[in-house]
Design a protein around this ligand. Structure first.
Ligand SMILES: [Zn+2]
Length: 240
C-alpha cells in the first residue's frame, strides 16, 4: 500500500506571498454563503432540507505551492496547459540541503554531498526536491521566509539541468537565492535550453523532509490554464 505525503501549502489570504503576485489570493466575500443562508435561499424556491454552497477564489498563477511553465522566462516556451501530465508526475528524489543558511547558495558540492548522504543517484527524468527547511519559518516569520531564503546557485542549477532533471522543487518562495533579481537558477532551468529543453520549477513546497524514503514518485499536476505562466498545484509524494 502506497503512502501519500502532502507537500502543499494551505491556501489562505494570509499566506506568505511574494509582492510580485499582487493582492492574492482573495476569497471574495459576498459570493460565499454559509449553509444556513443557503438553506433559506432554497426554502425560498420551495425546496426543503437542501443547502448548497460555493465560493469564489481569486489567485495569482504563482501563489502558494505552484509549478512554473517555461513561458514564465521564454517567449517561445510552453505555457502551462501545453505541459504533458507525464512531465509533472514521475520518479523523484529529495535531498537534504538544510545546512545552507540565510541567503545560502546550493551548488554542485551541496547537491552531490546530499545525494551521497541520501544514498540516491540523480537520474535523467527525476524530479529533485530540495529540503532547505525554510518552510519552518511559517506561519510565524514570513519576512524571513520571503526575504532571506537560500536557493540554487547558477552552478547548482547547471548540475541539475545537465542531469536532465524533469523538475526542481524547493520549500522556499523562490528557487533563486533571496534578493538575487538576476534569477540565475530560473535562467538556467527555464531559459538556457529553451524552448526545447527545460527543467520545470516548483516553489513553496512544504514538508519535503517528511517524505520517509529519499526515492519516491512526485506528483505536481497544474491546472490547464490557457496561456498561463504557472499554476497552483497539489504537490504530493507517493511512497511505496
Ligand atoms: Zn513561480
Amino acid at each position: 500500500m502506497s503512502e501519500l505525503v502532502d507537500l502543499t501549502a494551505t491556501i489562505t489570504e494570509e499566506m506568505a506571498n511574494h509582492p510580485n503576485h499582487g493582492r492574492s489570493p482573495l476569497f471574495l466575500s459576498g459570493t460565499r454563503m454559509n449553509h444556513d443562508q443557503a438553506e433559506d435561499s432554497w426554502r425560498g424556491k420551495g425546496v426543503e432540507d437542501l443547502s448548497l454552497v460555493n465560493g469564489f477564489v481569486y489567485i495569482a498563477e504563482h501563489n502558494g505551492t505552484h509549478i512554473d511553465a517555461p513561458y514564465h522566462l521564454h517567449p517561445d516556451g510552453k505555457t502551462i496547459e501545453e505541459l504533458a501530465l507525464s512531465e509533472c508526475h514521475g520518479p523523484a528524489v529529495w535531498l537534504d540541503v538544510s545546512d545552507v543558511g540565510p541567503y545560502g547558495e546550493i551548488g554542485p558540492d551541496e547537491l552531490a554531498a546530499a545525494a551521497t548522504e541520501a544514498g540516491v543517484t540523480v537520474e535523467s527524468g527525476d524530479a529533485v526536491l530540495l529540503a532547505t527547511g525554510w518552510d519552518e519559518h511559517l506561519p510565524a516569520d514570513r519576512e524571513t521566509y520571503l526575504g532571506e531564503h537560500p536557493g540554487l546557485s547558477a552552478a547548482g542549477a547547471e548540475w541539475l539541468f545537465e542531469r536532465e532533471v524533469s523538475v526542481v522543487g524547493i520549500d522556499c518562495g523562490n528557487v533563486d537565492v533571496a534578493g538575487d533579481v538576476s534569477m540565475p537558477a530560473h535562467r538556467v532551468l527555464l531559459r538556457e535550453g529553451a524552448p526545447e529543453e527545460y527543467t520545470l520549477i516548483v516553489e513553496n513546497l512544504r514538508n519535503v523532509a517528511a517524505i520517509p524514503d529519499h526515492r519516491f514518485t512526485f506528483s505536481a499536476a497544474p491546472l490547464p490554464l490557457s496561456g498561463a505562466t504557472a499554476s497552483p498545484i497539489r504537490a504530493f509524494a507517493i511512497v511505496d
